[in-house]
Design a protein around this ligand. Structure first.
Ligand SMILES: [Zn+2]
Length: 174
């Protein structure tokens, strides 16, 4: 089994400081605020800035968060609507390559994120109400609330990545 959540990142996360002992409702609120958070971060920036340690641009991280939310919302919806609870892993780097994240217009990435968050909130709320539990190929049992926390962490962590890229870019401009 793959490590995930607090076992993988630490509690709090060694990078972004995310604490894992939050309620599903608090996790949903973090995801709900992501579009505004990324919009504010990217305001006045190109969205194509780079950091030497990170493969993606700020806009590419927005696209990753979007696709991650869509992927998990779809899985939770699938379990609720069809009873299919067994889900495979997916490769975010292959998705990034296939969609060419670094070439997506930042404003379009932000537009997609807003829609993905709306769909995710509906899917997660319904999954929590129906006590949906996924069986993930490499992570094992994933309750709806585990998915909510994992996805909230992903968004929070990558907002931190974007902050790091933009700080680095500001320094190199100076
Ligand atoms: Zn983190």
């Amino acid at each position: 089994m793959d490590k995930w959540g607090a076992n993988l990142y630490g509690d709090p996360c060694a990078g972004c400081g995310f604490g894992w002992s939050l309620t599903p409702q608090e996790a949903i609120r973090i995801v709900e605020e992501l579009p505004t958070r990324f919009r504010v971060l990217l305001s006045g920036r190109t969205g194509f800035e780079r950091h030497p340690d990170l493969a993606w641009t700020p806009a590419a991280y927005v696209s990753h968060v979007t696709d991650n939310l869509r992927n998990w919302a779809e899985r939770l919806a699938g379990a609720r609507l069809s009873g299919m609870v067994e889900v495979p892993g997916y490769d975010p780097d292959l998705v990034a390559q296939g969609r060419r994240y670094n070439e997506i217009a930042p404003v379009a990435a932000l537009w997609s994120l807003e829609h993905a968050v709306d769909a995710w909130m509906a899917a997660v709320t319904a999954a929590l109400e129906n006590d949906i539990v996924l069986q993930h190929a490499s992570r094992g049992t994933q309750r709806a609330e585990d998915v909510a926390r994992n996805n909230a962490h992903d968004g929070h962590h990558h907002a931190w990545d974007v902050e790091r890229i933009l700080q680095y870019a500001s320094r190199s401009d100076a």
